[in-house]
Structure formats: C-alpha cells, structure tokens
Design a protein around this ligand. Structure first.
Ligand code: OAD
Length: 251
C-alpha cells in the first residue's frame, strides 16, 4: 500500500491541474451513511419513493421522514480526516477543484474553497410554491418545515428527475477535460452525469487515482492506481506523502 501511496503522491506532485470527484463514502467516517453499501440509505428507503422529485411533490410528509433522518445526521457531523486532508491539499496548491455529489457541506467546513456541488446543499430550503428561501437550521423547530406561505419546504438538493445546476455541469466537464490528475474518492460512480467525469478525464490524458473500500466498475477500466481502504486514513497518508515529496524537492 505504501508503494501505491507514493505512486499517487508522484502523480499529484507532477500534475498542474488536479481534480477530485467525491461521493458519500468520504462522509461515512463523519457518521453519515452512504447510499448503496449494505447499511446504506437505499437499503432502508426506496429511492424511487424517497428521492424522486415527483415523489416529493406528491408526498412531501413521507419524504421528510428520510430527509429528517439525514438532516439530524448532517447537523451533528464534523469534517473527518478525508475532508481535512483535501482542504490541506488545496492549501498546498496540490488539489485545485473538488466536484462533490455530497450535500453535507463538509468539504467546505474541512477547509476546501473550490467546491463544485453537483447535487446541491442541504443547509438551505426553498418553497416550490413562492420561491422563498430559508436556512435549514432556522426551520429545525418545525417538522416538516414549512414556508411562511404554508407549503412544505424542500431542501436545496437535487432529486432524481431534477436537473444538475448548469454551471456545475459545464465547469466540471471543462475541468475534467483539462485535468492531469483525478482523485475519485468514496463514490460508486453509478449516478449520471457525475459518473462521466472519470472517463472524460481519462480520455484527455489524466491519471486516475481511486480511493474506495471496495472495487467499483472504474477500478478495472479507467483507474490507474487503486487505493483500497477508508478515505480518511488513505487521504491523510497521501497528504503526508505529498508533503515529503514537496520537502525533498525544495532541498
Ligand atoms: P454510493 O453509496 O453509491 O457509493 C459510496 C461508495 O463509497 C461505495 O463505493 C463504497 O464502497 C464507498 N465507501 C463507503 N465508505 C467508505 C469509506 N469510509 N472510505 C472510502 N470509501 C467508502 O454513494 P455515491 O456514489 O455518492 O444522489 O452516490 C451518488 C448519488 O447517488 C448520491 O449523490 C445520491 C445517490 O442517489 C441523489 O440522491 C441525487
């Protein structure tokens, strides 16, 4: 494993534009379950019934049962070693952008500034009827949270059947085409269009480093270096290795 970490640190050290694509796995060590693992959210809730925009419009009270569970976990969560390590890599000038499918704000709280959110952010809520917006924390005393107009509010996250924010889409595809290295961490990479980023990057010559507890469909197709294990441990080992390389170069 140490050899693979060193190899990854070389790739990052030699890259002028490094991008990361992250998913729910990077927040598991912060106490937020992922979606598709055995204990994941979709083992308990059917995404067709709980994560589709039509389901939210038809049965918002029911969908809020799941949203409330998520919101309780997210509001208690703190950035873990994966978020903090990626924030440190950005400060060192070794990670330029993160494209995340997560809605938990933990990359930003972990110190990353250049974060592109594919699926929105659960820290705010909007009314689908009058458009008024609220901070989630200001509505936690109400369940389900309601707008002043009386309608049940929706978190500003992307449900299945809704479009990915256009600026996130175009910026991320542009970056994927130009990146020399891509770190894919904690994602099964099965949800479109985020899952096209590794192939775009690979086609344009980027080296792909994948960090995951388990192999994915990327591992034997586009991945150059597969680092198997928990994102927190691996990313902090990677940060140490990049620091050593940077120190060696400056001697
Ligand atoms: P998934 O649940 O599909 O994948 C999480 C991945 O993280 C899996 O491959 C796990 O093996 C891995 N994993 C779990 N714990 C880990 C850890 N501690 N360290 C490293 N890897 C770990 O979640 P996403 O790929 O993020 O969208 O799912 C993408 C989208 O599907 C979500 O944004 C959400 C969901 O439906 C919407 O709801 C629109």
């Amino acid at each position: 494993m140490q050899n693979l970490i060193e190899q990854s640190a070389d790739i990052i050290g030699n890259s002028e534009l490094t991008l990361a694509l992250t998913g729910a796995g990077v927040s598991v060590e912060s106490g937020i379950p992922d979606f598709r693992s055995a204990q994941g959210l979709w083992s308990k809730y059917d995404p067709a019934e709980y994560a589709a925009i039509d389901a939210f419009k038809a049965r918002p009270e029911m969908v809020w049962e799941m949203l409330r569970e998520m919101d309780d976990l997210i509001s208690d969560a703190k950035p873990n070693k994966a978020h903090l390590g990626m924030g440190e890599l950005e400060r060192m000038g070794c990670l330029h952008w993160i494209v995340t499918q997560n809605v938990d704000n933990l990359h930003q709280r972990g110190g990353s500034k250049n974060v592109i959110e594919y699926h929105g952010n659960s820290s705010t809520l909007s009314c689908l009827c009058c458009g008024k917006g609220y901070r989630s924390e200001d509505r936690r005393n109400q369940y389900p949270p309601r707008c002043d107009c009386g309608r049940i509010l929706k978190p500003d996250v992307v449900f299945f059947g809704e479009a990915i924010p256009q600026d996130a889409l175009s910026r991320s595809f542009q970056l994927a085409s130009a990146a020399q290295a891509l770190l894919v961490a904690g994602t099964s990479a099965v949800v479109s269009p985020a899952n096209s980023i590794p192939a775009i990057a690979k086609r344009n010559g980027a080296r792909i480093i994948e960090i995951n507890m388990e192999r994915t469909h990327l591992t034997d197709t586009v991945t150059d270096v597969f680092l198997q294990g928990s994102a927190g441990t691996i990313i902090s080992d990677l940060v140490d290795a990049v620091k050593r390389k940077t120190a060696e170069l400056s001697i």
